[in-house]
Design a binder for this molecule. Structure first.
Ligand SMILES: Nc1ncnc2c1ncn2[C@@H]1O[C@H](COP(=O)(O)OP(=O)(O)OP(=O)(O)O)[C@@H](O)[C@H]1O
Ligand SMILES: Nc1nc2c(c(=O)[nH]1)N=C(CO)CN2
Length: 161
């Protein structure tokens, strides 16, 4: 068994239903045990102007390679990621592979840890909620320490609507 952390995001369509459906799909995938899911957080979009995101994180126990896990994430993204809008950059589902045990991997198709995770409050705040003691293997620092380094003022616990 390997421990993996993933990030979830949606800023288009029925965001919370899409994130919940993605989590259910993960939990039903052979070789994946869903250990814990974070709350959802409403976050201001980083990058080009677009609607606010709902973001979250999950910890998985997986019996598959990192490449197979990425393929699973991409398949779930395309299953729920088909809602379109004129607005550039918006997406109904984005799944990122953040961590896979203490693996460091840098290949064209897959980088682990996710290369931008340490800069992103919308990743670190949900991850710190569920796995504060997990270690990011490049910095060798705990998530609860990394989250203190980023500006979390645009990340708010989402209460539903
Ligand atoms: N750790 C990773 N998690 C998810 N995708 C990855 C990872 N490393 C490399 N990739 C590649 O990146 C592609 C995802 O690109 P995508 O358009 O979703 O990026 P993005 O979500 O817009 O930006 P970002 O990667 O900054 O979150 C995937 O097809 C995959 O091949
Ligand atoms: N707040 C927020 N901003 C983003 C996000 C995201 O998930 N949340 N994802 C992006 C592309 O991966 C770009 N910008």
């Amino acid at each position: 068994m390997n421990t993996s952390a993933i990030a979830l995001g949606s800023n288009l369509g029925d965001r919370s239903s899409i994130l919940t459906a993605a989590v259910e799909s993960l939990a039903q995938t052979p070789g994946i045990i869903l250990e814990v899911t974070s709350s959802w957080y409403q976050t201001k979009a980083v990058g080009p102007p677009q609607p606010d995101y709902l973001n979250g994180a999950a910890i998985l126990q997986v019996e598959m390679t990192p490449q197979a896990l990425l393929a699973t994430l991409l398949a779930i993204e395309s299953k729920f990621g088909r809602i379109r809008t004129q607005r550039w950059g918006a997406r109904s589902l984005d799944l990122d592979l953040l961590l896979y045990d203490d693996l460091i991997l840098d290949t064209p198709e897959l980088q682990i840890p996710h290369p931008r995770m340490c800069d992103r409050a919308f990743v670190l705040v949900p991850l710190a909620e569920i796995a504060p003691n997990l270690i990011e293997p490049i910095s060798q620092r705990e998530i609860k320490e990394l989250v203190k380094q980023v500006d979390s003022s645009d990340v708010h616990l989402w209460m539903g609507n």
